[in-house]
Design a protein around this ligand. Structure first.
Ligand code: SF4
Length: 197
């Protein structure tokens, strides 16, 4: 690697690490105020987006071990934030869902990344588009290397046609599922219609 590339790679990794530290610090601050650790708060947030879910869905989405997920879920059930019931399609499997109290707690737990909004809004539209495209590609590589497990993003989707409309730089991609062109700013990282390519 040439020294210039090495320098920019190192700087980018330092920058990503700083953002990750800020996210972790904010998550722990919030945990201290609501009595949940960040993993427990993430499970609530996941169940809020789509429920019921099984243990395997949670371990896969959060990239954590079954033991760690089981322990967090035990705590959430004992705090009456999560219900465990037989899965609707298989009585021997367990499905997890939020209790009413869990719904309330999930709303509060999902606000911690909001502290990033003012910083992101400092970027202009073009900068936001470049950042979103770069982060999507970074996540895709981590995914292909087995280092991250969240995958419902355009860059790993069978319906995604990258640069299908080069004549239109703001709407250069195409989603076959929605049959519509879209730009870097609309790249999705958690799409319900995603099909793994
Ligand atoms: S279905 Fe969703 S993830 Fe797939 S290309 Fe379309 S918008 Fe992107």
């Amino acid at each position: 690697m040439n020294p210039k590339t090495q320098n920019s790679t190192t700087n980018l990794i330092i920058a990503l690490n700083k953002i990750s530290l800020a996210l972790r610090s904010e998550a722990w601050k919030q945990s201290n105020s609501n009595g949940l650790n960040p993993t427990q708060a993430q499970i609530l947030s996941l169940l809020q987006k789509s429920e019921p879910q099984r243990l395997s869905d949670i371990t896969q989405a959060l990239g954590i071990s079954a033991a760690s997920a089981s322990e967090s879920i035990r705590t959430l059930v004992s705090k009456q934030l999560v219900n465990k019931q037989p899965a609707p399609d298989n009585a021997r499997a367990i499905a997890l869902s939020l209790t009413e109290q869990g719904q309330e707690q999930a709303k509060q737990s999902s606000v911690y990344p909001d502290f990033l909004i003012p910083a992101v809004e400092e970027l202009n539209i073009d900068e936001q588009a470049i950042l979103l495209r770069s982060l999507s590609k970074l996540i895709r590589t981590l995914l292909l290397n087995g280092q991250i497990s969240v995958a419902r993003m355009c860059y790993t989707c069978t319906y995604f046609q990258v640069n299908a409309h080069p004549e239109n730089p703001r709407q250069q991609h195409h989603c076959q599922f929605l049959d519509t062109p879209f730009g870097d700013l609309e790249l999705r990282l958690d799409c319900a219609e995603h099909q793994l390519a």
